[in-house]
Design a binder for this molecule. Structure first.
Ligand SMILES: [Zn+2]
Length: 306
């Protein structure tokens, strides 16, 4: 759970539920003890306590429709809509801090219980918690790449530039429209928020400082896009070298994560998961804890990394 003093204002403070099968945590600890350096695959569930909501609820249904890769590439208007909303959402997204789940993973890595981390998240919170050896499977929101000329820049720098070029947007950033009405402040996993169409139409789309084009894209894999081949191969190599695989906070709804679970299962190494609700990889799991992540990881740290 986020610390009350540092919890971002949009963070939901929900009491942890009970883990449905407490003995599953014991079994998880036992398998980890026998397989030091277990590879970790994390999903959105580990960042929800930092105030970054999951695209899917615990029942696996999609709650919001994220920007699709093809849609983003298709038109300047679609990119304008993305950047206007993302400009506003970034103010809050960039203030998110790692929670006790991220810190527990880092502690278990330092103790040698866990090995490398492959994350499907784009929020940089594992690194912020001090985790060594993190591969960001879907990229990072902290960087921006030009689709026309491949020039790269830091998101913070682009954010400052968008602020200068869109002075009227400060009200939206504060959560208020110029007529005094409230702007929806529901933040999304990609840092997006909902904005009215007229606000989007007025937004000045940022241009690439190198080629002048308007095809700047956050360096993340959108839905419908593909993970760069060399990154996939690097993660397959980690899977092939790992003694076991532990999935944390992912329903494995997309193939991008599921393929590593299948690869590990084919190799015959133990596959474990701590996640809320069912996952698409359940048939491959030797231990599955259906419960909240942070308290489960805290129990593991107290026993395995003390
Ligand atoms: Zn460019």
């Amino acid at each position: 759970m986020p610390d009350a003093a540092t919890a971002p204002p949009w963070s939901s403070r929900v009491l942890p539920e009970r883990t449905r099968d407490p003995s599953a945590v014991e079994r998880l600890g036992a398998v980890l003890r026998e397989h030091p350096g277990t590879l970790v695959l994390t999903g959105a569930g580990i960042s929800t306590d930092s105030g970054i909501p999951d695209y899917r609820g615990p029942d696996g249904t999609r709650r919001v429709t994220p920007m699709q890769h093809g849609e983003f590439c298709a038109s300047s208007e679609n990119r304008r809509r993305y950047w206007a909303r993302s400009f506003v959402g970034w103010q809050r997204f960039s203030r998110a801090r790692p929670n006790s789940g991220h810190h527990a993973v880092a502690a278990l890595q330092r103790a040698g219980v866990l090995g490398a981390v492959v994350t499907q998240n784009v929020d940089g919170l594992h690194q912020a918690a001090g985790s060594p050896a993190v591969t960001e499977l879907h990229g990072t929101l902290a960087e921006v790449v030009c689709l026309s000329c491949d020039a790269r820049c830091a998101r913070d720098a682009l954010q400052a530039r968008m602020a200068r070029e869109n002075p009227g947007f400060e009200g939206f950033v504060r959560g208020q429209a110029s007529d005094g009405s409230r702007v929806s402040s529901q933040i999304r996993p990609d840092g997006d928020v909902v904005l009215p169409d007229e606000a989007v139409a007025a937004f000045r789309l940022p241009r690439c400082l190198v080629c002048g084009g308007d095809a700047l894209k956050p360096d993340v894999v959108f839905f419908g896009g593909s993970v760069p081949r060399e990154r996939v191969e690097a993660c397959f190599a980690l899977t092939d070298a790992a003694p076991a695989l532990l999935v944390l906070g992912s329903s494995l709804a997309v193939m991008s994560g599921l393929r590593f679970v299948r690869r590990a299962a084919r190799r015959g190494i133990p596959v474990m998961a701590v996640t809320r609700g069912p996952s698409r990889g359940d048939e491959h799991m030797s231990v599955r804890v259906d419960g909240p992540l942070a308290p489960t990881l805290a129990r593991l740290v107290s026993r395995e990394a003390a």
